[in-house]
Design a protein around this ligand. Structure first.
Ligand SMILES: Nc1nc2c(ncn2[C@@H]2O[C@H](COP(=O)(O)OP(=O)(O)O)[C@@H](O)[C@H]2O)c(=O)[nH]1
Ligand SMILES: [Mg+2]
Length: 231
């Protein structure tokens, strides 16, 4: 009883050290080799499943390319703002030298003007990838802070629940909202995420523009990929 507070303090300090060490490892890794590998319009063009993969999903215009650029500290590794709906491919990036894991930029969904055939192809490609890719360790589902969860996001989350692929919800463009409004959106999204079995309990709040939440997200990616040197 007597030494409980002390033990807690010690383990909290230890956890903080581990967090800091992981953040340093992540910063170092992402400032090192990050290369575009290929675009896969069909699953047969995917590389050998030799390393863990972390997928990025979200509605068109959610800020996916910007976040990928910001995480990797590259200005245009994932070309930001190509015509919505045009990118119908899985874009694969490799991180580390030698490659420790891959980032998979999934085609944006929910684009209004896409013809049904395009949407159909998108669903097939994404579903098959998410369900069948053994090296897929985690998916990040990006949500625009200004809009919160939309039905297409819920559909994606349900698809991931069914495929038993764990996912993190990542709020983007947090700089566009007042802190109080942002807190409200975050609370709402977090509450709804609890109904989804494969959703991670904690939410990531990010801004590619201001760098908010990026160190934590980089660390999470290392943990998810199973390459973190500390726990
Ligand atoms: N203010 C702000 N704008 C952002 C942020 N991230 C992306 N955007 C803008 O949102 C738009 C869509 O971004 P993009 O990365 O191309 O989205 P994608 O379609 O999901 O790849 C662009 O005009 C970006 O400049 C952010 O963190 N803050
Ligand atoms: Mg994009």
């Amino acid at each position: 009883m007597m030494d409980e507070p002390e033990a807690n303090t010690a383990s909290e300090a230890e956890r903080e050290r581990e967090r800091a060490a992981l953040a340093r490892q992540a910063a170092k890794l992402f400032s090192g080799r990050v290369d575009f590998l290929l675009s896969a319009p069909q699953l047969k063009f995917l590389p050998d499943p030799s390393v863990p993969e972390i997928a990025f999903a979200g509605r068109s215009n959610v800020g996916k390319s910007s976040l990928l650029n910001a995480i990797t500290g590259r200005k245009s590794i994932a070309r930001a703002s190509v015509t919505p709906g045009r990118t119908q491919e899985l874009n694969i990036f490799e991180v580390g030298d030698p490659t420790l894991f891959r980032l998979v930029d999934m085609p944006g969904y929910g684009f209004a003007k896409a013809p049904p055939k395009v949407v159909e192809n998108w669903k097939k490609l994404v579903r098959t990838y998410l369900r069948g890719r053994a090296v897929l360790h985690r998916t990040l589902v990006l949500i625009d802070s200004r809009h919160g969860l939309k039905d297409v996001d819920r559909e994606m989350m349900t698809m991931l629940d069914e495929a038993a692929v764990g996912y993190r919800l990542v709020l983007t463009k947090a700089d566009k909202l007042k802190a109080s409004v942002l807190d409200e959106v975050a609370a709402k999204v977090a509450e709804e995420s609890r109904k989804h079995v494969a959703a991670y309990p904690e939410l990531h709040v990010t801004s590619a523009e201001k760098g908010l939440g990026l160190p934590e997200l980089r660390s999470a990616i290392l943990l998810d990929a199973g390459v973190a040197e500390t726990r």
